[in-house]
Ligand binder design. Structure first.
Ligand code: ATP
Ligand code: MG
Length: 423
């Protein structure tokens, strides 16, 4: 789920178990620059919460009408599960059924009957992913409700499907379709992961762009606000599905260009103007998506605290290299070996460069980003020269050779680029 961004001095990392190179999940209040205490208040009176709806507007048509929790839950197309049903679907939230942990909760594998959605035995019926929110999180409850609000009504092949929810006492859970290959972050950065080939990377980028375009171009625009590799789930065919709608916001209406909001998101992915001013527009999603493109292109994390300071932020670091055709090869993910199309890589880098422009107005709209990505499947951009094909991809090269492969990336021509050892 989402995170709130802080000025560096008061960053509060809520992922205690995370690797230092992970994009951090932080909490703050933008207006006052004061941190919200880490021990968040449990929301015992959730029904007082209201969330702006993407689908309803007041009579002036300018602003979305806030809806109460009761209205949101009754309008949702998903099932209202009891806690005991979900307990039984996950065998009492057994540790071996744990498939992930985020800032606000744990995700378990569970089994339900395909028709009735009643809990079933492991291995029988349909697999679902059940997110159980940590109890003490008020922010968690708010995001839970936002998620039911949006995902309960929006359906698209590139958005994860919300099957149901549970609100019983202090327990807040969400039940999703199970997306078998897990998140993109693990595929890109886990040591043991099989490297993704070029075509798969483009397919993932296209699927993600379709999901975001759908949100931006809906009759009532939705800004997703948390585009990042860990929120992009992959099905067995590598179709991308956006998950985690806890930070989604109704976009500006009428003549407005943005909405003003507390700054929430993930460091390394959040757009600079949004961090600086709290003004949020769909172009902030375009920026974050551009950072995901950079991760796909370079195999490096959006934010890596294990690097020295000027190199921690991927977008800032690689920006100068993206538009230089001759130097581009220096930043391409060494796990691709030579097996990527030069022309396609150049076009992708140029597109990413536009998406991460510091001037939001210069970023292309998501529909245009999608069209450009679809063109990269054209043989003209997807062609890998036979010479490159003959070379081995790093997938089949021993680790020691991989180190050699990256060590030729030396700043021989003036840049401050240095070889990096990839995990
Ligand atoms: N529907 C799903 N199908 C399969 N795996 C899932 C599903 N939903 C979540 N997961 C797994 O659980 C992990 C944790 O999800 P969660 O959204 O709580 O946290 P996160 O995205 O990793 O971090 P954040 O709290 O910053 O969003 C995901 O990264 C993913 O690997
Ligand atoms: Mg997430």
């Amino acid at each position: 789920m989402g995170n709130c961004l802080n000025p560096p001095s008061s960053v509060e990392d809520s992922r205690t178990s995370q690797n230092s190179s992970y994009p951090s999940k932080v909490v703050t209040s933008r207006a006052s620059s004061l941190s919200v205490p880490s021990s968040r208040t449990t929301c015992s009176t959730p029904s007082t919460l209201t969330i702006p709806s993407y689908s309803e507007k007041n009579s002036s048509g300018d602003l979305p009408t806030p809806r109460t929790e009761g209205q949101i839950l009754s309008a949702s197309n998903s099932k209202d599960f009891t806690y005991s049903e979900l307990k039984s679907a996950t065998r009492n939230f057994r540790p071996e059924n744990l498939i992930g942990e985020g800032g606000f909760g744990y995700v378990y594998k569970g089994w339900v009957d395909e028709q009735s959605l009643a809990p079933s035995k492991p291995g029988h019926g349909m697999i679902v992913a059940i997110k159980k929110l940590k109890r003490e999180s008020f922010q968690g409850h708010k995001e839970w409700l936002t998620e039911v609000n949006y995902l309960g009504q929006l359906q698209h092949p590139n958005l994860v499907k919300l099957i149901g929810y549970c609100s019983e006492g202090d327990n807040r859970l969400l039940v999703y379709e199970y997306v078998a290959r897990g998140n993109l972050e693990n595929h890109l950065f886990r040591r043991s992961a099989q490297p993704l080939d070029w075509q798969t990377r483009i397919k993932v980028a296209i699927g993600t762009a379709r999901g975001i375009s759908f949100l931006h171009d809906s009759k009532s625009q939705v800004i997703y606000r948390d585009v990042k590799a860990s929120n992009i789930l992959l099905d067995p065919e590598f179709n991308a599905k956006l998950s985690d709608f806890g930070l989604a916001k109704a976009g500006p209406t009428g003549d407005r260009t943005h909405i003003s909001t507390q700054v929430m998101g993930t460091q390394g992915y959040a757009a600079p103007e949004y961090i600086a001013t709290g003004r949020l527009s769909a172009r902030a999603d375009v920026y974050s998506f551009g950072v995901v493109l950079l991760e796909l292109l370079t195999g490096r994390r959006a934010l890596d605290r294990s690097r020295e300071l000027p190199k921690q932020n991927l977008a800032d670091w690689v920006r100068p290299w993206l538009t230089d055709k001759r130097k581009l090869h220096k930043i391409i993910d060494p796990k691709l070996g030579e097996q990527y199309p030069k022309r396609g890589a150049h076009a992708l880098a140029q597109l990413a460069s536009r998406c991460i422009s510091n001037d939001a107005k210069r970023r292309p709209p998501m529909s245009e980003v999608l069209t450009s990505l679809e063109q990269l499947q054209d043989p003209k951009f997807a062609f890998v020269s036979p010479r490159a094909k003959e070379g081995k991809s790093s997938a089949s090269i021993p680790r020691s050779s991989l180190r050699f492969l990256v060590s030729h990336l030396h700043p021989s021509d003036g840049g401050n680029w240095e070889p990096i050892s990839h995990q």
